[in-house]
Design a binder for this molecule. Structure first.
Ligand code: SF4
Ligand code: SF4
Length: 115
């Protein structure tokens, strides 16, 4: 660390490179075929703000959709199991994404990766 650097009491988060082209997009395509409303998501986060599971865990549907679209599927299986399928997210989504079916289709598609 630069000894001359002024300490402000916080650190800058390290950047994370995403090799988009090298990632596996087959799961995202499969989910979009089964639930086309995936393509309507604008990552607004309204679903996460009202999510029942997010009140008790670090679960975020917005983040799951982002990771899925980036082809970063490694952590998705564990994350998606936290969803209680209560459907609150579907009631508030401004883009009418069919979130419950989306979650089910993501789970289903992931079983093809880890049967
Ligand atoms: S509320 Fe709907 S549009 Fe917004 S992030 Fe969630 S799924 Fe996407
Ligand atoms: S269905 Fe799942 S993602 Fe949607 S609000 Fe309920 S727990 Fe959260």
């Amino acid at each position: 660390m630069d000894k001359k650097a002024v300490k402000f009491g916080y650190v800058v988060t390290r950047d994370r490179q995403i090799d988009f082209d090298a990632n596996d997009h087959s799961i995202s395509r499969r989910v979009a075929d089964a639930e086309p409303s995936l393509n309507l998501c604008i990552s607004c986060g309204t679903c996460s703000a009202t999510c029942s599971a997010a009140q008790f865990t670090d679960f975020s549907l917005r983040k799951i959709i982002l990771l899925l679209r980036r082809g970063e599927i490694k952590s998705l299986e564990k994350e998606i199991s936290k969803c209680m399928l209560c459907g609150k997210c579907q009631l508030v989504c401004p883009r009418n994404v069919s979130t419950r079916n989306l979650i089910l289709q993501i789970s289903k598609a992931l079983t093809t990766v880890h049967p």
